[in-house]
Structures are given as structure tokens and as C-alpha cells.
Design a protein around this ligand. Structure first.
Ligand SMILES: CC(C)(COP(=O)(O)OP(=O)(O)OC[C@H]1O[C@@H](n2cnc3c(N)ncnc32)[C@H](O)[C@@H]1OP(=O)(O)O)[C@@H](O)C(=O)NCCC(=O)NCCSC(=O)C[C@H](O)C(=O)O
Ligand SMILES: [Mg+2]
Length: 272
């Protein structure tokens, strides 16, 4: 119920690790009833299933498909097969093409196979369009101690970002468990944005404001982007590949970045 009123871009409903084994069936039934009702959230909806190879996976996928979410989130992806198995199962269920797939990158093999997963996402028949880091499982499986500001995890996080860019996917940073420590959370958002993530997954409503603040374009960035667009729109710059603005070299690639930033800012404005 609460999910319908939150100022977030997407809500992920979980059948996996936050649901106890004895509660799995109850969770599926409750979610189906909720999403069929009047309080279905208007934002994007994703449903995290248990791995298809687990005892709950197939029932989860059937329930998730029936809810017609925007995406199904596959946990503990190991490689391309974890994705293609779900794609095949969805085809056999005649799932609409509108249901995309998101993948949790949270096992050592998911990181080692990130390039192959990106190549798979580029195949036009693939549903995969988003990668999400799972820092809890990653730390558990690798025994890496993340350290201050996750310095020891950063090399792995960057591989997920690289794979997402190579596969033309969205990439979301992992959750921050200390939901009462908003200062630490803000630092983690800043770090995530600097690493190249498009956004952050959250566990608690208290984290939404900071995530929106850090991952949305700032007024300063919008003003700078508008200035770049305006400068290149001048007739004298129409054939120039590079211009100088306030002592800085600005190329057409910066124009593309500015246009992309402005279209994201427009989307955010339209949504609020
Ligand atoms: C972390 C929590 C268990 C904390 O719960 P609690 O102590 O009950 O929080 P509050 O009392 O502060 O709750 C305040 C209000 O907010 C609502 N609330 C809390 N969390 C959520 C939420 N996630 N979505 C919607 N609403 C939420 C409460 O109902 C209160 O409402 P009100 O009464 O109106 O004030 C708890 O936050 C929680 O369970 N969070 C979600 C955990 C989760 O989703 N886990 C799965 C994802 S984590 C993951 O993916 C890890 C990854 O796989 C990895 O390996 O790293
Ligand atoms: Mg996990």
C-alpha cells in the first residue's frame, strides 16, 4: 500500500531473500491481489523472483508474469544462462514483450561474466535491459570487506557499470543497509554517481530524497547544459566540431551529453 505513495521511479516487489520460505506462497497471492487492485503504483513495477533453479523459481515466475510488471528481476545471476533460461520460460508462458528483465549482479561469476551478459543484452531478442548490484551477496560470496566508502568493492562495481554501458543497459547501484544513517547514505549516493551508476536501489522510504537529489541533474548542471545547447545552436557554430566556452574546450560529444541530461531533466519534471 505504502509503495503507491512513494516518490520513486520504480518499486521492486520481492519474492526472494526478504520473504521467508514458509511465506513464499502467501507473498505471491498477496502481490497478485494488490497489483490487480486500485492502489497499483503508477511508477515502474519490477518483481524479484527466486532463481529459476530453486524450488520456488517457476511458481514465482508464473505469479510475476500474471502481474504484468515492467520487469522481472533475476537474483544471483551467474552468467548468460541465468538470463536466457528466464527468457525461454517467459516465451513459453506467452509473456508480453513489454515485460523486461533486470539482473542482480551479486555473485563472483556474474562479475567475471559481465562482458558476456552485456553481449547477450545487445541481441535484439533479449529482454535484458538493466543491471543491479547486490553488495550484500557480493561481500558474502567474495569475502571482500567493503571498507570506508566501499573502496574495496569499487573495482567490481565498475565492471558492472562497464558491462551496462557496453550492453546499452541501465545500471543501478546496490542497497545501503544502514537506513538510519542518512549522512553515510548521501556519501554512498555521491560515490555511486561518480562511478557512473544511473540510480540506486533502496530499502527504506527515508532514502528516497537523497537518491533523487544525487542522481537527478542539479540546477547548475541543467544551466550548463542549456548554455552548451544554445552555443552550438548559433549559426556561426553550426559547422564547428569544437568551440571554446569560459576557457573550456567543448566538443559535439559534450553537446550530446548536454542534450541527454536535458531530456532526463524534462522526464523528471513531467513526472513530478
Ligand atoms: C529495513 C527494514 C526491515 C526496516 O523496517 P522498520 O524498522 O519496520 O522500518 P520503519 O519502522 O522505519 O518503517 C517506517 C515506515 O516505512 C515503511 N517502510 C519501511 N520500509 C519500506 C519499504 N522498503 N517500502 C515501503 N515502505 C517501507 C514502514 O511500513 C513504515 O511506514 P509507516 O508506518 O507508514 O510510517 C525495512 O525497511 C525493510 O524491510 N526494507 C526492505 C528490505 C528489502 O526490500 N530487502 C530486499 C532488497 S535488499 C537487496 O536486494 C540486497 C541484495 O540482494 C544484496 O545482495 O545486496
Ligand atoms: Mg542479494
Amino acid at each position: 500500500m505504502k509503495s503507491s505513495s512513494l516518490e520513486c521511479d520504480a518499486v521492486v516487489f520481492d519474492f526472494e531473500d526478504s520473504v521467508a520460505p514458509d511465506e513464499k506462497q502467501n507473498a505471491r497471492e498477496k502481490l497478485r491481489a494488490f497489483l490487480a487492485g486500485p492502489n497499483r503504483p503508477k511508477c515502474e513495477i519490477a518483481i524479484r523472483i527466486n532463481a529459476l533453479s530453486s524450488e520456488w523459481g517457476t511458481e514465482d515466475l508464473l505469479a510475476a508474469r500474471a502481474c504484468e510488471p515492467n520487469a522481472i528481476l533475476i537474483p544471483k545471476v551467474e552468467g548468460v544462462q541465468s538470463v536466457s533460461d528466464v527468457e525461454r520460460a517467459l516465451s513459453e508462458m506467452d509473456a508480453p514483450e513489454s515485460i523486461g528483465l533486470w539482473a542482480m549482479m551479486e555473485t563472483p561469476r556474474s562479475i567475471l561474466n559481465a562482458g558476456a551478459i552485456a553481449d547477450h543484452a545487445r541481441d535484439p531478442s533479449s529482454r535484458l535491459d538493466c543491471l543491479i548490484v547486490g553488495p550484500n551477496d557480493l561481500a558474502k560470496e567474495t569475502r571482500i570487506i567493503p571498507g570506508p566508502n566501499r573502496a574495496n568493492l569499487a573495482p567490481l562495481l565498475l565492471q558492472v557499470v562497464l558491462a551496462a554501458r557496453a550492453g546499452d543497459m541501465t545500471v543501478l547501484d546496490g542497497v545501503s543497509n544502514n537506513f538510519k544513517d542518512l549522512e553515510r547514505f548521501a556519501a554512498e549516493c555521491q560515490h555511486g554517481r561518480e562511478l557512473g551508476f544511473d540510480g540506486k536501489t533502496l530499502i527504506h522510504p527515508a532514502q528516497i530524497d537523497a537518491a533523487n537529489r544525487f542522481f537527478g541533474p542539479t540546477e547548475e548542471e541543467i544551466a550548463e547544459a542549456e548554455a552548451i545547447v544554445a552555443e552550438f545552436a548559433k549559426p556561426e557554430n553550426s559547422t564547428r566540431g569544437v568551440i571554446s566556452m569560459s576557457g573550456k574546450m567543448v566538443e559535439r560529444l559534450h553537446l550530446e551529453i548536454a542534450q541527454d541530461l536535458l531530456s532526463r531533466a524534462r522526464l523528471i519534471r513531467e513526472r513530478t
